[in-house]
Design a protein around this ligand. Structure first.
Ligand code: UFG
Length: 328
């Protein structure tokens, strides 16, 4: 069985759904501080708890035949991490520490970890390959870097194999519109753009149009959340087949500017979406685009749903049906 830490969150809930579709019965642990109980598939075993609570982890690992863990449970807001670095070190780093201790105690050998492009900070060149220097520009990115390092040292000492999946910009929603992104407060570009046609926001603010990019706005690599879930399933199979510890980027390999994303949303929604240019947001790199060659070579992963229009259309399908997220 598979333990999903943070299975009530945005990516975690899509992951649980994908595993259930494969006939697995995952066990989910989630504190529900940012996750949503309604997002957890009813066929999963659900435990409300914090992974920093060793007794709760011990109860799960003693109670179910868990052979692999997928770890999504972490704080993820870059800006908040700058304001509250100690909360990020506590939740993310101590969370990983406690999880690894429990895995060692219960002889669980496989770990798939939700890492981030934030480990690279502002890369010198794009597309970014996995051997690019790790220079995080926020406490959030630093915690992900440290969590990867913890696995790198603990793995050989205790026989735990791990795959770190470094996500670029995750977006979109499951095709049937039953799961999607619901952050409070929301900080991500695509859901914020879609709040305009939903009548929740008058305009979208563009953070800077004076970057060294073709239209002056920042370029990001958007990857569909279901493609991301597929990569975790492949990483799990890779580890169960004896694959060695590794880290891979997950992106689409194509970059889109903020203005291009707004134009795509206007096309999908069929309405004009007013925008206003403001100053740059601190810490934003001009361009972040993944090389996903290694993900294809090591895991056999190829995104199939990450055409930008499809990403925005699935997000729109979710938000239009659930304008208040899981609350209504
Ligand atoms: N943006 C705007 N206006 C907004 C919100 C965002 O112009 O209202 C711009 C940002 O400046 C950025 C782009 O849209 O250029 C994407 O911003 P997001 O906040 O959606 O995503 P980020 O690229 O900042 O962050 C993502 C993940 C983080 C991860 C980071 C890696 O959400 O978890 O990539 O650098 F850490």
């Amino acid at each position: 069985m598979i333990l999903i830490c943070g299975g009530a969150g945005y990516v975690g809930s899509h992951m649980v759904r994908a595993l259930v579709a494969q006939g697995e019965k995952p066990v989910v642990i989630d504190s529900l501080r940012t996750g949503h109980k309604a997002a957890v598939h009813p066929d999963a075993v659900f435990v409300q708890g914090d992974i920093r609570d060793r007794a709760t982890l011990d109860g799960i690992l003693a109670g179910y035949p868990i052979d692999a863990v997928i770890h999504f449970a972490a704080s993820t807001q870059v800006g908040e991490s700058v304001q509250k670095p100690l909360e990020y070190f506590n939740n993310n780093v101590l969370g990983m520490q406690t999880l690894l201790e429990a895995m060692v105690a219960h002889s669980v050998r496989n770990l798939v970890f939700s890492s981030s492009a934030a480990v690279y900070g502002d890369p010198d060149t794009v597309p970014v390959t996995e051997d690019a220097p790790h220079r995080p520009t926020s406490p959030y990115g630093e915690t992900k870097r440290i969590m990867e390092e913890m696995m790198r040292w603990v793995g050989p000492a205790h026989g735990i194999a791990s795959v770190s999946l470094r996500y670029f910009n995750v977006a979109g929603a499951i095709a049937d519109g039953s799961l999607g992104e619901a952050h409070f407060p929301e900080s991500h570009l695509i859901p914020l753009i879609l709040q305009v046609p939903l009548g929740r926001r008058k305009q979208i603010t563009v953070f800077g149009d004076d970057y060294d990019t073709p239209d002056g706005t920042c370029i990001r690599d958007y990857i569909h959340v279901e493609d991301l879930a597929d990569a975790h399933i492949l990483a799990l199979a890779y580890l169960r087949n004896g694959g060695r510890s590794d880290a891979v980027n997950l992106g689409n390999g194509a970059g889109f500017s903020v203005k291009e994303v707004i134009a795509t949303a206007e096309k999908v929604v069929g309405k004009s979406i007013p925008s206003r240019i403001e100053g740059r947001r601190a810490g934003d790199p001009a361009r972040l685009v993944a090389s996903s060659a290694k993900a294809e070579a090591v895991l056999g992963w190829k995104p199939t749903r990450s055409d930008l229009e499809n990403i925005v259309a699935t997000a729109w399908n979710w938000h239009a049906k659930h304008p208040d997220g899981y609350e209504r």
